[in-house]
Design a protein around this ligand. Structure first.
Ligand SMILES: [Zn+2]
Length: 77
């Protein structure tokens, strides 16, 4: 069975070997997880040209952000 990666629309095989399904890779999974708090979604295309080389956040940034969120989560408990 094949699905499309929700992030990059690449065809992904849905099986036990794909740890990131329905995503094609860890990067796409992290991008999708981080997207709800990511302002990139609200940037309009008209103002986006100057930042064209920043279409996707760096995976390091996402991982740092998720780690920070986890820290905040456990702090509240
Ligand atoms: Zn992908």
């Amino acid at each position: 069975m094949e699905v499309s990666c929700p992030t990059c629309k690449k065809k992904v095989e849905w099986n036990d070997k794909n740890l990131f399904r329905p995503f094609c890779c860890k990067r796409c999974q992290l991008i999708d997880l981080g997207e709800w708090s990511n302002e990139e979604k609200v940037i309009s295309t008209s103002t986006y040209d100057e930042n064209a080389n920043k279409t996707l956040p760096d995976i390091e940034d996402i991982e740092a952000m998720l780690a920070q969120q986890q820290q905040d989560f456990f702090k509240d408990k």
